[in-house]
Design a protein around this ligand. Structure first.
Ligand code: 2X7
Ligand code: FE2
Length: 304
């Protein structure tokens, strides 16, 4: 029998363009004096703790690839282009080049179809990959030395409501897991989203002036902490059950279904997650969090 594929880890990997701007990688045209260090150092620790030798591919679900008829997946082996954030073009103008594991994308597409979901492969070689996908993949793995599978957010919350979105994200997660297991590959999952998502509507002269950065409101901070407490305690089923309420109250980017998809793909872990960082970016709440399959990972050992 061929070997069963595994999900070696999942990470909540938010994508504010500010983090790339602050890093000054060669791909980004805009240059900064730094900023948002706690979050960037959190990403560095996440990167260090992932078992890169074992990882064959990264699967990312992004709120900024919004498809209104079904779930789409990148279906071309290589993409090259420039990604510009429409709201923050002064921060993010990024020249990207990335490889796609088309075989795995197609397997997830087929598994989703079999589960009754509407699925579509994106086969346009000139397609401009969304900035959520690019930023989360860059921050989790700045070397870009692993192929990715990128999954869109099918916005059934727009046509129906958050509950329909949740149900479909759960079903997509189950299909993703089946496809990964059958593929024999080991994967890292990324849920590319912020938690509370209320932005300031104005920006200071210097975007990276950290004396101006704080969460938009105490209420949003409290909601973010409620969710993070559940992650730390391994209460992920409960977290997904309260997700519609959290999303509505925290005006959260979880409306895209990314975190629900990831938890469902991972079979709702009951072990504690490692929280690498929490911080605000232009007022939004962002957590970098890892769920590690390895029972010997320090965060899991402490709980035993
Ligand atoms: O897309 C984003 C985001 N999710 C959070 C903060 C700032 C900008 O862009
Ligand atoms: Fe976003």
């Amino acid at each position: 029998m061929s070997k069963k594929g595994r999900i070696v880890a999942g990470a909540l990997a938010p994508h504010p363009p500010h983090l790339i701007y602050a890093e000054n990688p060669p791909q980004n045209e805009a240059k900064s004096e730094g900023g948002w260090e706690m979050l960037r150092w959190g990403y560095e620790r996440l990167h260090r703790e992932l078992p890169w030798d074992e990882i064959d591919a990264i699967i990312v679900h992004s709120p900024h690839w919004q498809t209104y008829v079904g779930t789409h997946l990148l279906g071309v082996p290589h993409f090259k282009g420039k990604s510009v954030d429409p709201i923050f073009p002064h921060l993010f103008r990024y020249n990207y080049e990335l490889d796609v594991d088309v075989e795995l994308s197609k397997a997830i597409h087929d598994a989703g179809k079999e589960a009754g979901l509407q699925m579509k492969m994106m086969t346009n070689p000139d397609y401009r990959v969304d900035y959520g996908t690019i930023i989360s993949c860059h921050l989790a793995n700045p070397k870009w030395n692993k192929p990715i599978v990128a999954i869109s957010s099918e916005r059934s919350n727009a046509y129906y409501n958050v509950d329909v979105m949740q149900e479909r994200a759960r079903a997509l997660g189950e299909a993703t897991r089946k496809a990964v297991e059958a593929s024999g590959k080991n994967v890292l999952l990324l849920s590319s989203n912020s938690l509370s998502h209320r932005h300031f509507v104005t920006e200071g002269e210097l975007p990276e002036d950290m004396s101006k950065e704080h969460i938009t409101s105490h209420m949003l901070y409290l909601w973010d902490m409620e969710l993070i407490k559940m992650m730390k305690a391994g209460r992920t089923r409960e977290m997904i059950d309260v997700m519609p309420e959290f999303t509505a109250n925290a005006i959260a980017e979880t409306d895209a279904g990314s975190l629900t998809w990831m938890m469902s793909t991972m079979g709702y872990p009951t072990y504690p997650a490692e929280v690498y960082a929490y911080g605000s970016i232009i007022g939004t709440g962002n957590a970098i969090v890892g769920w590690h399959e390895d029972p010997n990972h320090p965060v899991r050992k402490v709980a035993q």
